[in-house]
Ligand binder design. Structure first.
Ligand code: PEP
Ligand code: MG
Length: 314
């Protein structure tokens, strides 16, 4: 019966009482985008561009990058938005032509947007390529930066993106960005919460460490508190705030995120139907209650139990 429910769900996503939520797919390249575009999604909330370059020794030319990005933009066409993330190299995603070698502590080192400060032209060439791809494909991607810690970084990034005529955002992956989300929203058009890194940096626990899985759990109330601050700032500013980390792929947690005021959820395409079908079964009021009990829980297990009890009363 569950299976029939999932198959019957064809999007677009909304709560049972009609609050729209954008359900989007995370993609890595043309092939994954073509696959994801078959799912009932309204676009891609995270195109991880660095995954196109993991096996490259040298930086591809602007033209070659434009070709790669164009493949993803074309897969979704002009009516579905793709959020292109600029190079998130470093730490768990080493890219030969960008990452610094021999850092003591790469997760806290020069990664994401920080790489572009010591590498003049790298970001500019990527933005040129994204703008070229947009032009060639007749699409209007949104562009966001990873690992942003200060409002000034966000402002400088947004200026570059808007200078090329595209909407600009940043990821909220560092607690500093969540805490000051309202100020970030003064300088960008949207925010996207990367719960994988936000959890890692909030809990001071390596996301790759299997022994720390109890800490690197997005149901951790401290992580959810930062998500709630960010979503509320978005509501106040009237600007979109999405979630594109693994948290968005958990149907139960998705209800709580929507209750906090998150406007889109981007996930692996396999999670699209389970999340969409779950949202269709709950009202916005229940989502708000789910947010409340998840935030008030003492630990992740208690949060899960409380939300489950709310949604499927025994
Ligand atoms: C995240 O950190 O949650 C995220 C979406 O980015 P990535 O997993 O690529 O670091
Ligand atoms: Mg991240």
């Amino acid at each position: 019966q569950r299976r029939a429910l999932l198959e019957a769900w064809t999007g677009p996503a909304a709560t049972s009482d009609g609050t729209a939520v954008k359900v989007l797919a995370n993609v890595a390249d043309r092939a994954s985008a073509q696959h994801a575009a078959q799912a009932p999604v309204e676009g891609s909330g995270l195109f991880r561009t660095e995954l196109c370059f993991l096996n490259r020794k040298d930086e591809p030319s602007v033209e070659e990058q434009a070709e790669l990005y164009g493949g993803v933009l074309t897969a979704f066409g002009p009516d579905r938005t793709v959020v292109v993330r600029t190079l998130d190299a470093g730490s768990d995603k080493p890219v030969a032509f960008a990452t610094l070698a021999g850092e003591e502590n790469p997760a806290l080192g020069v990664r994401g947007l920080r790489l572009s400060f010591g590498n003049p032209g790298l970001l500019e060439r990527q933005l040129d390529a994204i703008a070229m791809a947009a032009e060639q494909t007749g699409t209007r991607p949104w562009v966001m930066a990873p690992m942003v810690a200060t409002v000034e970084e966000a402002r400088a990034f947004a200026e570059q993106v808007r200078g090329r005529g595209l909407p600009a955002g940043v990821m909220v992956e560092v607690p500093s960005a969540a805490l000051l989300a309202h100020r970030f929203l003064e300088v960008v058009d949207f925010l996207s919460i990367g719960t994988n890194d936000l959890t890692q940096y909030t809990m001071a626990a390596d996301r790759m460490a299997a022994d720390l899985a109890h800490l690197t759990d997005p149901w951790q109330p401290a992580v959810l508190a930062l998500v709630a601050i960010t979503a509320e700032a978005g509501r106040q500013a009237g600007k979109p705030v999405g979630v594109c980390g693994e948290a968005a792929a958990d149907p139960l947690l998705a209800t709580a995120l929507v209750g906090m005021g998150v406007t889109s959820l981007s996930m692996a395409s396999a999670a699209v139907r389970p999340v969409g079908a779950q949202l269709a079964e709950v009202s916005m009021d229940v989502c708000e209650q789910a947010a409340e009990v998840a935030l008030a829980a003492v630990d992740p297990a208690a949060g899960r139990d409380a939300v489950r009890a709310l949604i499927a009363p025994a």
